[in-house]
Design a protein around this ligand. Structure first.
Ligand SMILES: [Zn+2]
Length: 198
């Protein structure tokens, strides 16, 4: 027993969303079926808009609806420091701790040979061009502290070595509020390697 074809098609499309199984998709489909027309129009327009209006900033590759993006246009930011992150969502996290401080460069991925992602597949060349073109004094590499993030950080370090720019890497170690008893040995090692004078 199937629902009428348009409802089945909607359920099928909703199950393609992450974390949505057929049961939830069916519940959502019936919610939408009973929703006001104005809500359906608003929802469809917002879906089309993210495809038509969202693009990448030609300077930092942040997702944006204007080019340059809001962050690149912000004249109050430190123009000599660029923080390199894997994704736009990572930039948002750093912004919540250091609002309005840095400029950014979004790589849109990390080097991952197992998945066939090499340096040319992410925005590394654009980073190098930018460091050569702009008056940047420091590059903070804020890729994740895992194998792929560290490989990418190392690659960036080598790539920018010939240029007159300071390269720093975010520290990794015991999380704030953490307990040493529950920390894995690799994180403990990293904390010791990155220890600071008191
Ligand atoms: Zn930008």
């Amino acid at each position: 027993m199937f629902y009428p074809a348009p409802i089945e098609r909607l359920i099928e499309n909703l199950t393609k969303l992450p974390g949505i199984g057929r049961k939830t998709a069916t519940r959502l489909a019936f919610f939408l079926l009973n929703a006001r027309g104005s809500y359906i129009t608003e929802l469809s327009t917002s879906l089309i808009d993210i495809k038509e209006k969202i693009r990448l900033c030609s300077t930092c590759f942040n997702i944006t609806d204007t080019d340059p993006c809001e962050v690149c246009r912000d004249g109050r930011r430190n123009r000599s420091t660029v923080c390199v992150v894997e994704e736009s969502s990572h930039m948002m996290v750093i912004e919540s701790s250091y609002p309005g401080c840095f400029r950014y460069h979004i790589l849109h991925g990390v080097i991952n040979p197992i998945e066939g992602i090499g340096p040319d597949e992410i925005r590394l060349k654009e980073l190098r061009d930018r460091i050569e073109r702009e008056d940047i004094k420091e590059v903070i590499i804020a890729t994740n502290p895992n194998i792929e993030g560290n490989t990418t950080a190392h690659y960036i370090g080598e790539m920018l070595k010939p240029l007159d720019v300071k390269i720093t890497r975010i520290a990794s170690g015991v999380p704030v509020g953490g307990d040493i008893v529950y920390i894995d040995p690799l994180t403990i090692k990293s904390s010791l390697d990155n220890r600071k004078n008191l």
